[in-house]
Design a protein around this ligand. Structure first.
Ligand SMILES: Nc1ncnc2c1ncn2[C@@H]1O[C@H](COP(=O)(O)OP(=O)(O)OP(=O)(O)O)[C@@H](O)[C@H]1O
Length: 323
């Protein structure tokens, strides 16, 4: 779908992309990086809207340097920033974008109705966009990216400004773009955890450089770490602590799952085979506590990213010490 080779973009004061070589196949791919990592710059180059300083890139087999118009015919784009006219309705705006993409009037109206329904805009679609919530505006931006039935869409920070429920809904919509319509997706985010659930593949960029590109499954392989969560009781108002103490007494080292959601109630330990499961079960039963969950932990993308970043920092430090 996308291939870049030593792609660089230098502005007078900053290198936004630094010899980036990456291949992206069909499916849903996350492009992850902190603000300023170079994600939007990459998308603009891939759409043929901004020339690279060095290197080359292809989208759907087309060269971004020479075939920009052909790429934009086949690729939808949802920009990061608010770019919607406030005084027209979603229907008027999306029909206009469909017509701009070359659809005849009737097809443009039909596709607009279908697409707005798909993104979850119903009666509101006849009201001026200026009165919409952030979530509704994001849906209009998504609809205009899909209306001409592209093969691929670039979604730049589609969850920006949304509350947790709005984020979940948007991530669900993104997943369905691929499963329902077979359209491949490149979606950017600065939140790694978000893309874990949505993407088949994740590309991590940092300071314009490629940090990692691999399937989500590779990022989130199961570990030998067990995560345990228990209830509290009147006798043991801090059930987590009671289990930790009881396991310690049996010579098992337990860690708190610092940094994870709800971490205060989760214990982690390294499984040494089936015996560990039995021991944990017995300890919890003896204490009379309820077991909420006991599961093998998977790596989270954020941890892999952190490991890579730590490794990078250590490498930099090592280089620094060597000098
Ligand atoms: N037109 C421009 N002129 C000068 N510098 C630019 C320009 N566009 C981007 N940059 C710089 O290039 C770097 C990468 O920006 P880019 O917008 O691609 O990052 P990003 O990963 O998309 O982050 P964000 O989500 O904050 O937009 C930043 O340091 C940015 O300030």
């Amino acid at each position: 779908m996308i291939a870049t080779e030593s792609l660089s973009k230098r502005f007078p004061r900053v290198t936004a992309l630094d010899r980036l070589s990456v291949d992206v196949g069909p499916g849903v791919t996350g492009l992850v990086g902190a603000n300023g990592a170079g994600k939007s710059t990459l998308i603009k180059i891939l759409l043929g809207l901004s020339p690279a300083t060095e290197g080359r890139a292809e989208v759907l087999g087309l060269d971004v340097a020479t075939d920009g118009a052909a790429i934009r015919e086949r690729v939808g784009y949802m920009p990061e920033h608010d770019c919607l006219p406030p005084d027209v309705s979603a229907t008027e705006f999306v029909v206009h974008m469909a017509r701009m993409s070359g659809l005849p009037a009737t097809a443009a109206r039909e596709r607009t109705a279908d697409t707005l329904r798909h993104v979850g805009l119903y009666e509101e679609r006849y009201r001026p966009i200026g009165g919409y919530s952030t979530g509704m505006k994001q849906r209009v931006k998504l609809a205009q990216a899909l209306v001409h039935d592209p093969q691929l869409v670039f979604l730049d920070e589609p969850t920006n400004g949304l509350d947790p429920v709005g984020r979940d809904e948007m991530l669900g919509l993104i997943r369905r773009i691929h499963t329902d319509f077979g359209i491949s997706v490149l979606v950017t985010s600065h939140l790694l955890g978000e893309l874990e659930r949505t993407c088949d593949h994740v590309v991590v960029v940092d300071g314009g450089k490629l940090l990692r590109s691999s399937s989500t499954r590779d990022f989130t392989q199961t570990t030998t770490t067990l995560a345990i969560e228990v209830t509290d009781t009147d006798e043991h108002p801090d059930g987590t602590r009671a289990v930790r103490d009881a396991l310690h007494a049996r010579g098992v080292t337990v860690q708190d799952a610092g940094g994870l959601p709800g971490a205060g109630h989760i214990l982690q330990l390294t499984a040494q085979g089936e015996d560990t499961y039995d021991l944990v079960r017995d300890v919890i039963a003896d204490l009379g506590l309820g077991l909420v969950r006991m599961e093998q932990r998977r790596h989270q993308i954020a941890e892999v990213f952190k490991d890579d970043a730590d490794g990078d920092a250590q490498r930099k430090e090592a280089v620094g010490h060597g000098n």
